[in-house]
Design a binder for this molecule. Structure first.
Ligand SMILES: Nc1nc2c(ncn2[C@@H]2O[C@H](COP(=O)(O)OP(=O)(O)OP(=O)(O)O)[C@@H](O)[C@H]2O)c(=O)[nH]1
Ligand SMILES: [Mg+2]
Length: 422
């Protein structure tokens, strides 16, 4: 209903290349290998920012990049990791890649790595062994993940306006926010919820005006359960009652009962009662209405306003802002210790598969094996030799032979190509 969408491109940083170098030592032409590893590319993190309430920052399609990792240095110097980039979004944002929901930042997860930076390549110091004293290969850094993503915000209002039809909900929203809802002197004017941004003393929050509720709303009468769904996640409720009502306490009880009987008990939310249309009744009638509501509502605070004359609006908004602030703090405390989950795209990284792509052409797939191939610098004989060693060690070579691969056949791994056993 309150949907805001934006498309972004995210590109995590590339891993730094490993370094190929040898120690300089006096009186020796060449010392041992000392090329350091490249740093990791910067991840892209999506993070909830409670100061945001729309996706307007991403309206004009944007590219968000993680920094590349630095290359390894001589003397086994590890390259610096690339800085991560953060996509700040309002709470309630969903991140989609095509038809796949990647993450829903509505409640639990407050931040997630959505694109992983590329691994840094190993420097040649890494490949030294008792049999290989002077390895002449160093890995390339891997590309980071890159995706085109759609952000979708089902906006969660901080404050929900509830009440019987004609109580003055839309009128209130229209005078306190930028929203322009339809207003009329008959019940059920509002058919779909409206949303407005309210600013009080430079503090912003979102207010939703939902259609009027009637007895039985919680069970679906007059689409009431649909409307109540919109205030399920709001932190605070303003409960509007027409001061002219013949029985304001009964009005209060009807709505309170429906809030309580909904699938989840909404009556327990922080609430403020608002007697509306103050200027239409005399002081005596107003007092009587207040007294009656107080008796029915107990400790819930009552404010008296007129949306027409603007009487009482500022104190009401300040009180609402305080409740929103308190709710936001509670919420953040609850989430403060949540760990950062990473989206797992592949469950079995060691798994690989060999498939025939055509006459004498093969493809090897698998997360780890593809990673090795991507990090292989094909200009270095030692690097290519190492990739072949890995194919042998992992059993890929045996499988190729079993499937009938011959000398000189072409093997594709990721974007790379090598010929077999030449
Ligand atoms: N005199 C006066 N009339 C008001 C005031 N606030 C709202 N009204 C009138 O009350 C009527 C109903 O107002 P709405 O804001 O449409 O009421 P609502 O609660 O949104 O009604 P539904 O959408 O049908 O549930 C309209 O004729 C408004 O002009 C007020 O402060 N003073
Ligand atoms: Mg309305």
């Amino acid at each position: 209903m309150f949907a805001d969408t934006a498309t972004i491109e995210v590109k995590a940083g590339k891993g730094g290349d490993g370094r190929l170098s040898f120690r300089h030592e006096k009186y020796r032409a060449m010392g041992g290998p000392d090329g350091g590893d490249g740093g990791r590319g910067g991840d892209i993190i999506v993070r909830v920012d409670h100061n945001l309430n729309t996706l307007s920052a991403y309206r004009n399609s944007r590219i968000i990049r993680g920094k590349d990792g630095e290359a390894g240095g001589g003397n086994r110097m590890h390259g610096a990791n690339g800085e991560e980039a953060v996509v700040r979004v309002p709470q309630g944002t969903q991140v989609w890649e095509g038809e796949r929901l990647i993450i829903d930042l509505s409640e639990g997860d407050q931040e997630t790595i959505i694109a992983k930076g590329g691994r840094g390549g190993f420097g040649n110091a890494h490949f030294k062994s008792s049999t290989r004293q002077a390895p002449r290969n160093a890995e390339l850094g891997e590309r980071g993940d890159a995706y085109q993503l759609r952000l979708e915000l089902k906006m969660v209002a901080d404050v929900g306006l509830v009440g019987l039809p004609n109580a003055g909900k839309s009128t209130l929203l229209s005078v306190i926010s930028n929203a322009k809802p339809e207003i009329a002197d008959y019940p059920f004017t509002t058919l779909v919820p409206n949303l407005g941004v309210v600013d009080v003393d430079e503090y912003g929050f979102l207010v939703a005006d939902i259609p009027g509720l009637i007895e039985g709303a919680s069970q679906g009468k007059g689409l009431g359960d649909e409307f109540l769904r919109h205030i399920e996640r709001t932190a605070v409720l303003l409960h509007l009652i027409d001061a002219r009502s013949e029985d304001p306490a009964a009005d209060y009880n009807v709505i309170q009962g429906e809030l309580r009987d909904y699938q989840v008990d909404l009556s327990a939310k922080p609430q403020i009662i608002v007697l509306t249309k103050q200027e239409t009744v005399d002081a005596e009638q107003l007092k009587a209405a207040e007294k009656a509501v107080k008796k029915a509502a107990g400790k819930i605070p009552i404010f008296v306003i007129s949306a027409q004359t603007h009487a009482g609006l500022l104190p009401l908004l300040r009180a609402a802002a305080e409740l929103v602030k308190a709710a936001r703090i509670r919420h953040e405390e609850e989430l403060a210790n949540a760990a950062v989950p990473v989206i797992d795209t592949v469950d079995q990284p060691d798994f690989w598969r060999v498939t025939a792509e055509g006459e004498g052409v093969w493809r090897v797939t698998g997360e780890h094996i593809q990673g090795f191939a991507r990090r292989t610098n094909f200009e270095q004989d030692d690097a290519v030799r190492r990739l072949r060693d890995i194919l042998v060690k992992t059993g890929v070579a045996r499988e190729l032979r079993r499937q009938g691969a011959q000398d000189g056949d072409i093997i594709h791994i990721d974007d790379t190509e090598l010929s077999w056993l030449d």
